[in-house]
Each structure stands twice: as C-alpha cells, then as structure tokens.
Design a protein around this ligand. Structure first.
Ligand SMILES: [Fe+2]
Length: 321
C-alpha cells in the first residue's frame, strides 16, 4: 500500500424521527419500542449530534465509511426512506457501506418497503461470487467490498426478537459462506475486516442482547483468521482480542453516533482508521472522535496504534541466496 488507507466506522445512529407515525404502525413489539422512544430515546439520540458528526467527517475526509447497523428505531418503512435520504447526503454507495442492526429488523417486514431502499449501500461489489439474492437480508449477506488492500466483509445478525430482547444470529448459511470468503481474501493478502452489528465476544452486552451463535463465529475466525472485527450494538466503546491462526485480531465497538449520554464511554463517538503496511505486517492507527457538548462539535479524544501480523508468508518475506 503506497499510502495509508483512511476509513471511518460509526454505528447505531438511530437517526429517524417518529413524530408523525400512525397508531396502526404500532401494533406488536413496536408499541413498546415507541413508548421507549417517547420516554427516553428521543432525548438521548439527537439529530444535532449526528449533524456535528457529519460536519466532522467532511473535515477528516475518509475514503470509505462503514455503518454497522441500527440506523432506525422501529424498522418502519417510513424510517427506511428517511435513512436513505441521509445516506445519500453522506456519500455515494461506492464509498459508504451499511449492514443492518436489530432495530432495523425490529419485526418481520416486507423487503420491498424497507431494506430495498438501502440495497445499493449493502450489496457486494459486482463480480463477487458471494453475492446472494437481492430480496432478503439473510441471503444478501455476507457482502464483500474490496477497497485498495482492504476487504470489507459484511454480516447480518439482525433478526426480530421477542419483546425486551435484542438478540442477534448469523446462522449456518452465512457462516459457511464467510469461511470461503475469509479463505479467499486471506490468500489474496487482503486486510480482512468483518463488520457485524452484535459483538462477537460474550460479556460486552447482556444475555438478552447477545449474539446467539457467537461461539461458532469465533471458532470460524480462529480457523480462517481475520485482521479486524468492527461492531456496534453495545452503545459504548470496547476492544477485545479474538484468536486467529496468526495470533490475535482486535474486535472494536463504538458508541452510538448520536448519543448524548453522560455515562463515561457511552457518549457519541466514531473512529477514524489509517491503515498501512510494511514487510512485517499491518499498522493500524486509530483516532477516536467524540462529541464535545459545550462546543457542539466532535474533537479528537484519543489515539491508538495496533500492529496486526500477516496471516501467511508474503513475497517480501522470501529470502533469496
Ligand atoms: Fe442494536
């Protein structure tokens, strides 16, 4: 890689307004979700915070933006249209990648009135043989988008859950396809980033919000390897290390992109990644951008550097006599 590849990761913006929805939209689990929005969520997830984040992105100018789900509150068709407009304002589909979260699949919905509006931001690059049917999030994923030496691999863990639950599940079909994609992109020497809404490691969220097949996903990663996992859902910053054949890879979560929480680690943040490589491996510089309420803007709150080893011998490792 001649120069660093810069990309941004944000999650859980919950950017929609539920002000003009109809009573008939609130049957089933959505009635509870709407009550929660009225009492609490509309005060916590703020449009002005997200607007400040977008202004900051215009300064940091990443080449690519990843959004790991929960763009809506209740997964209503009108929310999908509102998000679509926001996505268009953020950037073209070739530069913005979206995967769904559990709020986007709050109840079982009609694809043609919901996810179809985000299709161009979720779909794989043309020509990738992993491309699934474009009429169902279960078969659309895993997605694969390759930008420079980076493979962005999207999973959908978004499933409707019972009231008071926010579970996720990848499922056997996606896991099987993911194994092939990790093997293929690993053999190409790409920096493999798996994007998933739910954290793959237990303990980051409560039992009722967990990824039910987290063990199977980690087992696959331990076999096939990955260079990084990016997720949301917990609404707080986190980093854990997952076992891979090359050693360990970080799984990094960000808080909600629009949250105004005063709890440490829960206020709005997003991460800017700068990826480079040398003969020994990848270097990842992470810049944490957080919302400063008094200034009404995002500021750099922290920096970190990680060294990620290559998964296999590379041409630069070959010693000739
Ligand atoms: Fe979530």
């Amino acid at each position: 890689m001649s120069e660093s590849f810069i990309f941004a990761h944000l999650s859980d913006p919950h950017l929609t307004s539920l002000r003009n929805i109809r009573v008939r939209d609130l049957l089933n689990k959505r009635a509870l979700g709407y009550l929660s929005w009225c009492l609490h969520r509309r005060f916590e997830y703020r449009a002005e915070v997200l607007a400040a984040l977008v202004r900051d992105l215009r300064c940091t100018r990443p080449e690519h933006i990843i959004i790991t789900g929960d763009l809506t509150h209740l997964g209503l068709p009108c929310e999908f249209l509102e998000v679509k407009k926001w996505l268009h304002s953020l950037g073209p589909p070739s530069q913005v990648t979206v995967i769904p979260g559990n709020h986007d699949a709050y109840v079982a919905t009609d694809w043609g009135r919901t996810f179809v509006h985000w299709l161009e931001y979720m779909v794989s690059d043309a020509g990738q043989d992993c491309v699934g049917k474009k009429s169902d999030t279960r078969t659309l994923f895993p997605s694969l988008r390759i930008r420079r030496e980076t493979a962005f691999i999207g999973l959908s863990s978004a499933r409707p859950s019972k009231p008071f639950f926010a579970l996720g599940n990848v499922g056997q079909v996606q896991l099987q396809k993911l194994g092939h994609i990790l093997a293929q992109t690993g053999s190409q020497g790409l920096f493999r980033i798996v994007m998933i809404h739910h954290p793959p490691q237990p303990g980051i969220v409560t039992w009722r919000k967990r990824l039910t097949d987290n063990r199977e996903l980690r087992s696959l990663i331990a076999q096939q390897g990955v260079e990084m996992v990016l997720h949301g859902h917990a609404h707080r910053s986190s980093m854990v290390w997952l076992k891979t054949p090359a050693g360990h890879a970080p799984a990094i979560g960000v808080p909600s992109a629009s949250a105004t929480s005063r709890k440490s680690g829960y206020s709005a943040q997003y991460n800017i990644y700068s990826l480079s490589q040398d003969a020994h491996g990848w270097e990842v510089a992470i810049e944490v951008h957080g919302y400063a309420p008094k200034e009404g803007r995002f500021i750099v709150e922290g920096e970190n550097r990680l060294a990620i080893p290559y998964p296999m011998a590379r041409p630069t490792d070959v010693v000739t006599a």
